[in-house]
Design a protein around this ligand. Structure first.
Ligand SMILES: [Zn+2]
Length: 221
């Protein structure tokens, strides 16, 4: 979100499936799917462009809630790289929920910034099956998982994220290279890098879950 200098409102950006926010020189030719151009009062010669091949994304204006977030996203939790992320509160939420661990990692009211790919990677590093119930998590188990989540996110950020096609780019239009470092996601039938067992893929909530059936044993029914 982009706080406005004057007034209690913010611009909220949602990338949808294919949206891009690009910082481009004002003189650069328009992209084919340029939807919104934001000019600035300073004199850097750059502008912000919202480019979207499809139209599931967009920019919208919202009043700020407490904490300065646009009201419609005020329920979204901090991401685990935020210094104010509350590990103890996250652990308490896991213990108090009748849910499973991957659902919890993708539940943005508990933790944000973790999508399907990074959840699978963190679970592989933690040797946790995605269907493991969270109610039985011990404090050390939660701490180890959060450590792996943070390590995966930091490693991905270091190389610009995970770009599966040319739509996934940063504000300079550059792709990321973390796909080369994935241990679980997208590696169906390839050997687990820890034990050699072929990685499996299972349908999961209209997505897929990738896991090692030996390192990440399913919970007992
Ligand atoms: Zn394994």
């Amino acid at each position: 979100w982009l706080p406005l200098a004057d007034g209690p409102e913010s611009v909220l950006a949602h990338l949808g499936m294919s949206g891009q926010l690009l910082v481009r020189p004002e003189a650069a030719p328009d992209e084919k799917h340029l939807r919104i151009r934001v000019r600035f009062a300073d004199e850097t010669g750059t502008e912000l462009r919202f480019v979207d091949q499809r139209t599931f994304g967009g920019l919208s204006l919202h009043p700020n809630a407490a904490g300065g977030l646009p009201d419609v996203i005020a329920h979204i939790a901090r991401d685990p790289l935020d210094p104010e992320f509350d590990d103890a509160a996250f652990h308490a939420a896991l213990r108090g929920s009748r849910t499973t661990i991957k659902r919890a990692l993708l539940n943005q009211s508990l933790i944000s910034g973790v999508g399907n790919i990074y959840a699978d990677e963190a679970l592989w590093r933690s040797r946790l099956h995605y269907e493991r119930p969270t109610a039985g998590f011990t404090r050390p188990r939660t701490a180890e998982l959060l450590g792996h989540v943070r390590a995966v996110l930091n490693a991905a950020l270091d190389v610009g994220g995970t770009s599966f096609d040319s739509l996934y780019v940063n504000v300079n239009g550059e792709s990321g290279y973390f796909a080369r470092s994935l241990d679980a996601y997208g590696r169906e039938d390839e050997p687990c890098r820890r034990c050699g067992t072929p990685i499996r893929r299972r349908p999961w909530m209209n997505r897929s879950s990738y896991f090692c059936p030996r390192c990440q044993r399913p919970p007992r029914p």
